[in-house]
Design a protein around this ligand. Structure first.
Ligand code: NAD
Length: 356
């Protein structure tokens, strides 16, 4: 594990993305999103993805020069499409969403055929920054199938994340944010361990025998599946949420669902909703309720001294505060992947010093 300076990592990521065909502006925007995921602790959605996006640019499923377009619109709705980087489409979609919610009190944006939208919490945070409520359902449009229905080990659905954001104004130093896959963990957490030699936690995956998949490399070769959120006993809840997410993203984004085994598309469809809370209450009242709720929740006594009550989004807030000071830790396997990519693209000299 190597600690890497935030700005040096972002500069390298920009050069790498430019080297596989994006303009400087696009490369900077994408790398800023990836490094912001590393910064908040979701390295599964950070620079580890750069080699994967390169492979998609090479096989044509991602067009580094594409720009998102509005494919249809109603009074307070839009559907945004185009196989651009998801970081570009996501940003475009939330700016449309914010403008609509500010004018109409509510905005709904569907997304179809986007590149990988990355860490959905980034889009939620952008909306809560504007004092708006956010919720979203994101699917993989039938590609990247990883979740098995309960009682099976057959991959049928993507890791379909659900995200909610609540602005907290002056009640807390961060906005409340729930942002999680409907599988036990995001697939990126397996990708991060690929090549590390570590065994996977037993409650993440299952094989046909009911035993877990041992190594990330086996999972990447197609062995077993991710258990739905809730695991072996109560995974039916996560699975049902994944099915509903598949449909909300598909209906509002007007894109495909997971319906057969060989759907290779690796991007996202989505339904993003923003609501102005001031239609229903005042900012002052919202702050009072958030403060009362969070203080009451935090008054629960931890069972062990090492445990602490945290609120949704608080781990990410704390991690980003710490990493801004001390740099971003990069796993050895991820560092190897970046070195290989730098070598292939002839930009070894652009690697942050700590990764050379
Ligand atoms: P996770 O399990 O790390 O976190 C899920 C949520 O739990 C977060 O909101 C976090 O703030 C909260 N949390 C964590 N620890 C907590 C605690 N102790 N107390 C209270 N709350 C706590 O997330 P994940 O499911 O592994 O997903 C990681 C990322 O992957 C997310 O950003 C998600 O958007 C992204 N993702 C993207 C895609 C895609 O296709 N674009 C697919 C799946 C996941």
């Amino acid at each position: 594990m190597t600690s890497t300076d935030v700005d040096a990592l972002e500069a390298f990521a920009t050069r790498a993305i430019e080297a596989y065909g994006a303009s400087k502006d696009v490369a900077q925007t994408v790398s800023n999103s990836l490094v912001s995921a590393d910064l908040v602790g979701h390295s599964s959605h950070g620079v580890v993805r750069i080699p994967y996006y390169e492979a998609q640019a090479n096989d044509g499923s991602l067009d580094p020069t594409a720009t998102p377009t509005i494919e249809s619109a109603g009074p307070f709705t839009q559907v945004v499409g185009g196989a651009a980087f998801g970081q570009i489409t996501g940003r475009y979609a939330v700016e449309e969403l914010i403008e609509t919610a500010n004018s109409h009190g509510v905005g709904i944006v569907g997304i179809r055929d986007s590149g990988h939208l990355g860490r959905i919490g980034e889009w939620a945070n952008r909306v809560t920054e504007e004092g708006l409520l956010f919720m979203s359902w994101v699917n993989l449009q039938g590609g990247a199938q990883r979740i098995a229905p309960p009682g099976t080990a057959d991959r049928r659905l993507g890791t379909n994340p659900i995200t909610f954001g609540v602005p907290t104004f002056d009640a807390l130093p961060f906005d409340l944010l729930y942002d999680g896959a409907t599988s036990q963990v995001a697939h990126g957490k397996i990708i991060e361990r690929d090549g590390s030699g570590e065994t996977l936690p037993v409650d993440w995956t299952t094989t046909g025998s009911g035993d877990p998949v041992e190594y990330a490399a086996d999972f990447e070769e197609g062995i077993g599946a991710l258990l739905p959120l809730g695991g072996r006993e109560t995974g039916y809840k996560g699975f049902d949420l994944a099915v509903m997410t598949e449909l909300f993203a598909s209906i509002i984004g007007d894109g495909p669902v997971s319906a057969k085994e060989d759907q290779n598309w690796q991007g996202n469809g989505a339904a993003f909703i923003a609501i102005d809370p001031e239609i229903f209450t005042t900012r002052e009242e919202l702050s009072i309720r958030v403060k009362a709720l969070s203080e009451y929740i935090r008054s629960a006594e931890p069972i062990e001294d090492s445990l602490e009550v945290l609120l949704p989004g608080e781990p990410e807030y704390r991690t980003s505060e710490e990493r801004r000071q001390n740099g971003i830790p990069i796993e050895d396997a991820v560092a190897d992947g970046l070195r290989n990519l730098a070598n292939e693209l002839n930009i070894e000299h652009e690697l942050p010093t700590s990764l050379r």
